[in-house]
Design a protein around this ligand. Structure first.
Ligand code: NOJ
Length: 583
């Protein structure tokens, strides 16, 4: 039934010239491609599944769980870095871009992972970390030694000698991870720039040799069969050549805090867009040369303004860049106390800014930010998954969010390993630590939640694993996992792929959105973001007096799938979400 319906819808769309939610008819290629409607499941390899009992997740562990992804309905995954690394920033400090981190496995393990994923119909996207390498990378060692050809691989500077003879860094730029963004190198007797930890020196993208070296890296992994890349910290790639002091933000007097300056010379420079275009071309060329495999895509990580992110999709000259500039607004712009208007605004603003002909994307969580259950409260888990998975376009889920895993905020200072948390010290570490969101995946109620047989895991398992785990959620009558799975099933229907979209706040605390197409049954999502029960009338929003039939309801809902509801008086429990079919 699915294919014909999609074809009918496609046919009428292609002849209507109408703007769909995030997709237009002029963009038919993208429209029927594999990625614009996909759910990307982020795996944090260190914490997903340990196959050899050393307490650290690994590639064989991931491969052994790909069946789980497929059974859930996941068809694409992006993996946080798996490359050789001293693990100062847990893989975001790479010492060899073409080698697998030994504690994660071997190249053969990676090839097996790719093959298994392929057999299961799962695309694999790798994390590409171009802004900085590890200080243990041979490029950095050679650059530090001024070896010919490598002198300018990184951003070096003599610093400034003050009147009293003391040498200080060239400017006031702070690192994202606290402290000066400059570090003195004894060997080279110069400062080098590091926008993250001092063990992550920034590569110099004004040097064509660096660009070439990174192209080689991308081609290496493309030839191994990956479906694309998530590009890390892309807006940090370039710095203003003047290396001028940045103006103070006025937000803090702590000159070591990243908030101290307005990052006008060290972030979001126009050159970033040129690199994005360059990489897009590389991917498109590769896809064209290898049409037997799917389109290779780029997803970019930048906590940047809407205008910039819109330009990443496609600039004002119509040059295409990132397929999916990550939209982090559900992480950064709504909170537990946000009201319905905030949510609606959050969704609309992306759709308004996104240039026509592109796929929207919604990221609900990642390894750098608190989990949904911790940001919005455990009662919101199902509603937030409903929101994520019924909006038009691409959805990005962080591993464990399908179970409603909770941050392990009680981690002690001694257990803390995240570099920004270690940098700010024992008093403040809890405010910035990303460890709580990175604890091992909770598979079952056995030792270490089934993650590992080790006596000690790299981060402790959240003690709630005895109750909160996948196995328990599979056999329960209702569970977050089952809700998640039902939503993925629903996403397969044509209306979820091509339906027109509109969203409105119904009251201060309840909003609804609709996917519809003439002559097809619409899908309605309605969400109460308050801590109180709310009674709403959907008649006006639906514009016809119709009946709603529940498609997916939350774990604690009094409504069951298949149940009919009157649109004129719908009672929603606190934080409840419902997905209904309009009949
Ligand atoms: C963003 C990554 O998601 C984060 O985990 C990392 O620490 C920084 N970039 C630096 O690579």
């Amino acid at each position: 039934m699915r294919a014909p319906l999609i074809q009918i819808l496609l046919f009428s769309l292609l002849n209507s010239g109408s703007i769909m939610a995030g997709l237009v008819k002029s963009d038919t290629e993208d429209f029927i491609d594999w990625w614009p409607h996909t759910v990307f499941y982020q795996i944090y390899p260190r914490s997903f599944k340990d196959s050899n009992g050393d307490g650290i997740g690994d590639l064989k562990g991931i491969t052994s769980k790909l069946r789980y992804l497929a059974d859930t309905g996941i068809t694409a995954t992006w993996l946080s870095p798996i490359f050789q690394s001293p693990m100062i920033d847990f893989g975001y400090d790479i010492s060899d871009y073409k080698a697998i981190q030994p504690e994660y496995g071997t190249m053969q393990d990676f090839e097996e992972l790719i093959d298994t994923a392929f057999e299961l119909g799962i695309k694999v996207v790798l994390d590409f970390v171009p802004n900085h390498s590890s200080d243990q990378h041979e490029w950095f060692k050679k650059s530090a030694a001024r070896e010919p050809g490598y002198e300018d691989f990184y951003v070096w500077h003599d610093g400034i000698v003050q009147e009293n003879g003391t040498r200080v860094p060239p400017n006031n730029w702070p690192s994202v991870f606290y402290g000066s963004a400059w570090e003195w190198h004894e060997g080279r007797e110069q400062y080098y720039l590091h926008q993250f930890t001092k063990e992550q020196p920034d590569l110099n993208y004004r040097n064509p040799k660096v660009v070439q070296a990174m192209d080689d890296v991308l081609l290496f992994w493309l030839n191994k069969g990956v479906a694309g890349f998530r590009i890390d910290a892309v807006n940090h790639l370039f710095e203003d050549e003047s290396l001028k002091d940045e103006p103070l933000s006025g937000k803090t007097t702590d000159s070591l805090s990243y908030d101290y300056t307005k990052h006008i010379y060290s972030r979001d420079l126009p050159e970033v867009l040129e690199m994005i275009h360059h990489w897009r071309q590389l991917l498109d060329d590769f896809s064209a040369k290898h049409p037997e495999r799917p389109t290779r895509i780029m997803m970019t990580e930048a906590y940047a303004g809407l205008t910039q992110l819109a330009d990443y999709y496609e600039d004002s000259n119509g040059v295409r860049g990132s397929h999916l500039p990550f939209n982090f607004h559900f992480i950064t712009d709504v909170k537990g106390d946000s009201d319905a208007r905030d949510y609606v605004y959050n969704v609309e603003k992306w759709l308004i800014y996104m240039p026509r002909g592109h796929a929207a994307n919604w990221v609900m969580g990642n390894h750098d930010n608190p989990r949904v259950a911790s940001r919005f409260g455990p009662a919101s888990v199902d509603a937030m998954n409903m929101l994520l998975l019924t909006l038009p376009g691409v959805a990005v889920t962080y591993n464990g969010e399908e179970l409603g895993m909770v941050d392990y905020r009680e981690l002690s200072w001694e257990e803390t390993v995240d570099p920004p948390a270690r940098n700010v010290g024992e008093k403040l570490y809890q405010e910035v630590s990303r460890d709580p969101v990175r604890t091992p995946f909770q598979w079952n109620n056995e030792t270490n939640a089934g993650f590992s047989t080790a006596a000690k895991t790299w981060l402790p398992v959240h003690p709630n694993y005895l109750e909160l785990n996948l196995e328990a959620q599979k056999v329960a009558n209702r569970s977050h996992y089952q809700v998640y799975k039902d939503l993925l099933e629903l996403r397969k229907s044509a209306i979820m792929r091509v339906g027109r979209f509109n969203i409105e706040p119904l009251t201060r605390w309840v909003f609804a959105f609709k996917r519809s197409y003439p002559n097809f049954e619409s899908i309605i999502t309605v969400i109460n973001v308050s801590d109180k029960e709310q009674l709403v009338d959907l008649s006006e929003f639906l514009s016809q007096p119709k009946k709603l039939v529940v498609e997916v309801s939350g774990v604690d809902s009094k409504y069951q799938p298949g149940q009919s509801l009157a649109a004129s008086a719908l009672l929603l429990a606190a934080r409840e979400g419902l997905v209904c079919r309009l009949v």
